[in-house]
Design a protein around this ligand. Structure first.
Ligand code: KIV
Length: 268
């Protein structure tokens, strides 16, 4: 079963106005997307985190547009009515504004996404403006920017000084002015996120940005405990699938070795 009401960009703005929190999760494949949608997740973000969460890359930088579109299509097939956002990979929107537009449009035209996400604040406002003016809804993303890993020197909390906090508020306002329908705030102190959330009328969706955001997003593999022992500070484990899968695989191997599987009930 899908979300009962089909959600649009204006639904999310109304949710902010009503003070109703927005639940967002990343999704990378059809069965997970179907489950998330059936459980009431209101936006499915096909994050570029698919690179490290699923595809075995060390970070998000190597992800290609083709890989991202491939996963976006799977999510759309799993959740035909959900609000799906394609997260544009590194260097598919930064180099040239026309290329950015053409690449963004592929998410809508080829895989049926509802929107795209790009990283960056004020510097990306012209790109957001062109996309929005062309009919492509854009989710902004400020704070910790994983695609800037090599220039920032690591994954660091953003907005810790007054100057940085002011710059983030300015970033958010410019993204709103450019037409972004919502903004991800990643790893920003809760008090700064509160100010950003109050400064804009579009929803803020936090990850490691405290309780004052209009919604929350999490990386699905983190909340399912799929990645072994490591859980980032901003995530909460709602399940331990790593342990459950390890147990299941171990038992399967034992059963095959001891000829306990297949049983009569699995044979024809
Ligand atoms: O790719 C991703 O998972 C993200 C997070 C902010 C949710 O962009």
């Amino acid at each position: 079963m899908s979300n009962v009401k089909k959600l649009t960009v204006s639904s999310f703005r109304k949710m902010k106005e009503r003070g109703e929190k927005i639940a967002v999760l990343t999704a990378y494949d059809a069965p997970t997307a179907a489950l998330a949608d059936a459980c009431g997740v209101e936006m499915l973000l096909v994050g570029d985190s698919v690179a490290n969460a699923v595809l075995g890359y060390r970070n998000t930088l190597p992800l290609t547009l083709a890989e991202s579109l491939h996963h976006c299509a799977a999510v759309r097939r799993g959740a035909p009515e959900a609000f799906v956002i394609g997260d544009m990979p590194f260097m598919t929107y930064q180099a040239d504004i026309n290329d950015a537009l053409i690449n963004a449009a592929r998410y809508l035209k080829e895989v049926g996404a509802n929107a795209v996400k790009i990283e960056g604040g004020a510097a990306m406002a012209p790109v957001v403006e062109r996309m929005t003016a062309s009919g492509i809804p854009v989710m902004g993303h400020i704070g910790l920017l994983p695609q800037k890993l090599l220039t920032s020197g690591g994954y660091k909390i953003a907005g810790k000084t007054e100057k940085e906090a002011e710059a983030l508020i300015k970033d958010a306002k410019q993204l709103e002015e450019a037409g972004a329908f919502c903004i991800i705030l990643e790893c920003i102190p809760a008090e700064v996120s509160k100010q950003i959330t109050a400064a804009v009328s579009i929803p803020t969706i936090g990850i490691g940005a405290g309780e004052h955001c209009d919604g929350q997003v999490q990386v699905v593999t983190d909340i399912l405990g799929l990645s072994g022992d490591f859980t980032p500070k901003h995530a909460k484990r709602y399940a331990n699938l790593h342990e459950a899968i390890h147990k299941a695989f171990t038992q399967y191997v034992k059963d095959v070795k001891k000829a306990k599987f297949p049983g009569k009930e699995n044979s024809f």
